[in-house]
Design a binder for this molecule. Structure first.
Ligand code: ASP
Length: 314
């Protein structure tokens, strides 16, 4: 039976002219590392859940991406992370929102799924659960990166004084928005699928803002009858569109292929809601889909039939 892993490292205004060849190389090799690690789990008969966990942890540990170690700064200069996981055979799911100092939020989401009797934990309570379960924590310094700090500083200032800025300046800032969330979906040798998504959210977020990532059905979803989906982009429209579940519904109720369903949601429904971003998906036959309406999306897939792609731009 065909097995497949698909990963993403976020979508947004990712343009070749803004990229150095060193940076492009760094992103490509980071994607490759995560892809190969996830693929070898599947190749050796491991589960879809283990494959998406392995790939997501590698991306969380890399400061190039806005998740785990590379998470963006909040308005208060902190890091608040969201993550979710779902398994398509059992329809079990686990999610955390607004957690701090957790080295690998995806590990905590899996722990919630398997050991909490709940689906969704947030904030301090989720952190308490992490400590009880022996999940790895790190000091604030671990999450510091100069690049994210500089990014935050420029947006922080403009946000505080947004009324004093010209539309032009605001538009420029918005235009260069990048969403560096990470995610993985996989179909294993038994035809079971799983999805994982992890993020630091949006730079300069405040009031405990939570995006689509940890909301089951919006940013993350998996069902063996249809597909596994992990989204990235401007979270608010993805929540309103119930994006990940909508892909599944179009397959279940309308008989769409995973590619058709993904295009319908990302290229039509989200565009109408002004929702910038994309998604990766895989069906239970191992067919991958990678669709986005932004300038670029860090993405890659590898299937046991030999098909393989690592790409950044449109
Ligand atoms: N979707 C994430 C959020 O809104 C951001 C991202 O995909 O980078 O929190």
């Amino acid at each position: 039976m065909k097995f497949t892993i698909v990963i993403h490292g976020g979508a947004g205004t990712i343009l070749k002219e803004d990229m150095t060849s060193e940076l492009e190389q760094a992103y490509t090799s980071a994607l490759n590392d995560a892809l190969e690690a996830g693929y070898s789990v599947l190749e050796t008969g491991g589960s879809a859940l283990d494959a998406v966990k392995t790939a997501t942890i590698i991306l969380e540990d890399n400061t190039l991406f806005n998740a785990g170690r590379g998470s963006v700064f909040t308005k208060k200069g902190l890091h608040e992370m969201d993550a979710a996981v779902m398994e398509g055979k059992s329809l079990l799911a686990g999610a955390v929102a607004g957690v701090r100092n957790i080295r690998n939020p995806i590990e905590l989401a899996i722990e919630v799924m398997q050991h909490s009797n709940h689906v969704f934990l947030s904030g301090e309570g989720a952190n308490d659960f992490a400590i009880n379960r022996g999940i790895k924590v790190e000091p604030d310094e671990y999450f510091f990166s100069q690049f994210r700090y500089d990014q935050w500083k420029s947006i922080r200032d403009s946000d505080s004084y947004s009324l004093d800025h010209s539309q032009d300046k605001v538009e420029k800032l918005m235009k260069h928005r990048k969403f560096g969330t990470v995610g993985a979906v996989a179909c294993d040798q038994t035809g079971t699928i799983a999805a994982a998504t992890s993020t630091g959210g949006m730079t300069n977020k405040k009031y405990g803002r939570i995006g689509d990532t940890p909301v089951i059905g919006s940013g993350t979803y998996a069902n063996n009858h249809t597909c596994a989906v992990s989204c990235t982009g401007h979270g608010e429209p993805f929540i309103r569109a119930v994006a990940a579940y909508d892909v599944s519904c179009l397959m279940e109720y309308k008989g769409y292929t995973v590619q058709q369903a993904s295009e319908e949601v990302i290229l039509k429904k989200l565009v109408e809601l002004n929702g910038e971003g994309g998604l990766i998906a895989v069906d239970a036959q191992g067919t991958p889909a990678m669709v986005f309406n932004s300038a670029g999306m860090y993405r890659a897939f590898k299937s046991s039939d030999g098909s393989h792609e690592v790409a950044i731009y449109k």
